[in-house]
Design a protein around this ligand. Structure first.
Ligand SMILES: C[S@@+](CC[C@H](N)C(=O)[O-])C[C@H]1O[C@@H](n2cnc3c(N)ncnc32)[C@H](O)[C@@H]1O
Length: 274
């Protein structure tokens, strides 16, 4: 298992979103995860056949869920997130009224085997201590013939952004995404590289969407041992001190991305006008 990043922990992510959820829809999402990106990613999910049961993991305030509903209004969507603050904010989106909301962990899904036709997760993997465990769970809860769509950032190429990202959260390489999907038992992987919202060049490798299928034959190839972290566990004083340090420095590293994103977005808008 690779080195853990400062906010790549459940408790840290929980508290991070207790603050960030107030700003998320207005100031964070529009900079880093836009409608065109979402739509390009959702194209891989094959939602249009309708009548599907969809699980949205790390659904947050429901930006991706809203994209799913807009494409396929008769889908039955369950939103799961470990942050009550994020899920509470999702209630502001009227279109999501019929969705079920569940408080829970991507790495330990509280659902029976083979419950869903689609498993979708956008921008949540960054916080998962054990992505392999979460993808094994995706495979377990999907029906045979079901499809998983995993969306997340790619490790930045720019040295400064790379340093910040490596300190802050999990920004995996493309091959790591593929390995987690394949090790979980998914086959026939389809990928789409997403450009950064502030880039016009098609060479920009900002994020990735990967879809994979659970077939009649596929079984999880890699088993994982005991769960490494639980957001609800009581903290020892040593763990509490580590938490406070990681949370403080990690939040600062995270906050640094916002002005960088805003500046890049402004530059791209000015270039468009020129
Ligand atoms: C960047 S937001 C993405 C929200 C949403 N998917 C979207 O498209 O806007 C990441 C979300 O993942 C959630 N999250 C982080 N770790 C999680 C875990 N282990 N289990 C469930 N949700 C988690 C956070 O609480 C947060 O709401």
């Amino acid at each position: 298992m690779g080195r853990m990043r400062l906010i790549q922990h459940k408790k840290e992510a929980y508290w991070f979103y207790s603050v960030l959820s107030r700003l998320y829809d207005k100031f964070v999402n529009p900079l880093f995860w836009t409608v065109p990106m979402r739509e390009a990613a959702l194209d891989l999910a094959e939602l249009e056949m309708g009548g599907l049961e969809v699980l949205d993991v790390g659904a947050g305030t429901g930006f991706t869920t809203a994209g799913i509903i807009a494409r396929a209004p008769d889908t039955q969507i369950t939103m799961i997130d470990q942050s009550p603050h994020q899920l509470a904010r999702s209630r502001a989106r009227f279109a999501l009224t019929p969705c079920e909301r569940v408080l829970g962990d991507a790495e330990d899904l509280p659902f029976a085997d083979e419950s869903f036709d689609r498993w979708v997760s956008a921008g949540s993997i960054e916080y998962w201590p054990e992505p392999q465990r979460a993808m094994n769970e995706a495979h377990r809860v999907l029906k045979r013939g079901g499809l998983a769509l995993l969306i997340g950032p790619l490790r930045p190429e720019h040295p400064v952004a790379r340093r910040l990202a490596d300190t802050w959260m999990l920004f995996p390489e493309e091959h790591e995404y593929r390995e987690w999907m394949e090790n979980a038992g998914f086959v026939d992987l389809r990928t789409r590289i997403l450009a950064a919202p502030w880039e016009t060049e098609s060479t920009s490798r900002y994020a990735i969407a990967l879809a994979g299928t659970k077939t009649e034959q596929s079984a999880p190839a890699m088993l994982v041992g005991a769960k490494r972290e639980n957001a609800n566990e009581r903290m020892t004083p040593v763990r509490a001190a580590r938490f406070a340090a990681r949370f403080g420095v990690g939040s600062l590293a995270g906050a640094a991305f916002v002005p960088i994103g805003a500046a890049l977005m402004l530059r791209s808008k000015l270039r468009e006008r020129a």
